[in-house]
Design a protein around this ligand. Sequence first.
Ligand SMILES: C[S@@+](CC[C@H](N)C(=O)[O-])C[C@H]1O[C@@H](n2cnc3c(N)ncnc32)[C@H](O)[C@@H]1O
Length: 315
Amino acid sequence: MKSQFRLDIENGLKNSPKTLPSKYFYDAIGDALFVKIMHLPEYYLTRAEFEIFNTKSKNIISKLEINKDQPFDLIELGAGDGKKTKAFLKVLLDEDYNFKYLPIDISQNALDDLEQSIHKEFLKLNIETIQGNYFGVLNDIKTNTTPKVIMFLGSNLGNLQDHEAQDFLIKLSNALQVGDKVIMGLDTIKPKDVVLPAYNDSQGVTKAFNLNLLNRINNELEADFEIENFDHSPEYNEETGIAKSYLVSKEDQEVTFNGDNIIFKFQKGEKILTEISRKYNDEILNSFLNNTKLKQISKISDSKNYFNSYILERV
Ligand SMILES: C[S@@+](CC[C@H](N)C(=O)[O-])C[C@H]1O[C@@H](n2cnc3c(N)ncnc32)[C@H](O)[C@@H]1O
């Protein structure tokens, strides 16, 4: 039977125009490259969101209205290296909140690193990692009635197409009980000269991150992509607030998936969409929340208004 990875990749390459799902960026090399991206001077997203958690965690906590006597679950979707979350965890622990931290990630490697570093930095913290796709995990948390705070940081919602984001928010809303909260980190719509370099840095790390997807496909699906025959090409539309990353075929070429003898043809200049990064404002977010039982109760921004931490409540 074909693995989900193989099915998703082959289906994406059968699409017209061709696509590859961004969730597959994160093998061990992809995880390490993403950590590098987060430290790049051009990648303002992490710095802006980190500033919010580093300077305004107390403010966020007050908006969550958590009862200190009642244990709660802090569930993080797509936790990655948890750098920003750790600033938040520190304040929660310092203030003696009673909670369990449950980071969920598709990458077992990212979870192993995170768990190790949490054990070192926060001896007292009760942590349970969950490997999986957060769409699936939302179903599992439905039956758990412990009060919950969900963290969905890094503008990860922006990696979903608009219809997928709306569907995701409905699923999230349905998985929560009345009073549960969500901390949703979203990048704001801003000029091209700020946004585009974040996806096209001068050191070529984002390029390597995008091209690594082809390496991963070669290694895990016995394909024969010639990596140097593809280029990295990001775009950003200020009107819609949507950034897109593409891989572009530099020449007419064929790629064979030797595992099952499928051949894909690429024309010179043909683009494969690998990632979308939608930016949000209040209007877009609230229109997406319209079909859910999630309501925005607060918004906390960094000093440049580059990034927002929205606090949502399940009503
Ligand atoms: C862009 S990184 C952001 C990490 C972290 N939230 C942050 O803000 O720094 C995305 C993370 O989500 C994980 N991820 C992506 N798609 C996922 C999915 N569908 N289910 C679970 N985890 C996913 C990746 O493995 C990666 O660690």
